[in-house]
Design a protein around this ligand. Sequence first.
Ligand code: GRF
Length: 221
Amino acid sequence: MSAARARLGVLVSGSGSNLQALLDASARGDYPAEIACVVSNVPTAYALERARRAGVPAVALDSKAFGSRAAFEQALGETLRTAQVEWVCLAGFMRLLSADFLAGFPGRVLNIHPSLLPAFPGLHAQRQALERGVKITGCTVHFVDAGTDTGPILAQAAVPVLPGDDEASLSARILSEEHKLFPLAVRLAVTGKVTLEGACTRVAAPPATQGLCLHNPGMPG
Ligand code: GRF
């Protein structure tokens, strides 16, 4: 029997394709993390269905049904602690988390964002990139702080903007890199390959190219 796997709680609000990438990774026996529960603040999110199909506990906590952010976060924290979650992954989770909530999982909350942060934080990152006319954008996995996409950066993939791109085509190209980067970043984080150093991280893994894209750190092999 291999070493105990890190227990992940994945927070979602929508389609959950990044959740699916984590589910697929954790289905492999050599992956160092398992998904202990999935929580959506949107009861109709398709991500919940993905979790159920994978046999993972799926919990809907309708953020609109709570009287305050504190009440919602209290319920969220209890749900995660009941599932003995050690690491929290935000996979298209469309809520900001307070410093109080984050203090319950110090240095153990990761988010994926569809731009090369610090460029284009917040909503519609791909549209922002197109409007600004950048030639390279991408995605970022970062530690979460109480700001909007401001925490220490763990991993990034650079993705080209191609002639004729619209928001849909660019989003799809970035998303396919997100599906590789997030499981990789989680693997590195839970296996102690990432050290937080103030506003930055030190990551013990080299970069790698993937077709037209550059991942840093990169996929092994
Ligand atoms: C992804 O682009 C992610 O970077 C952003 O929200 C989107 C979620 O997509 N935070 P999905 O629900 O994982 O398909």
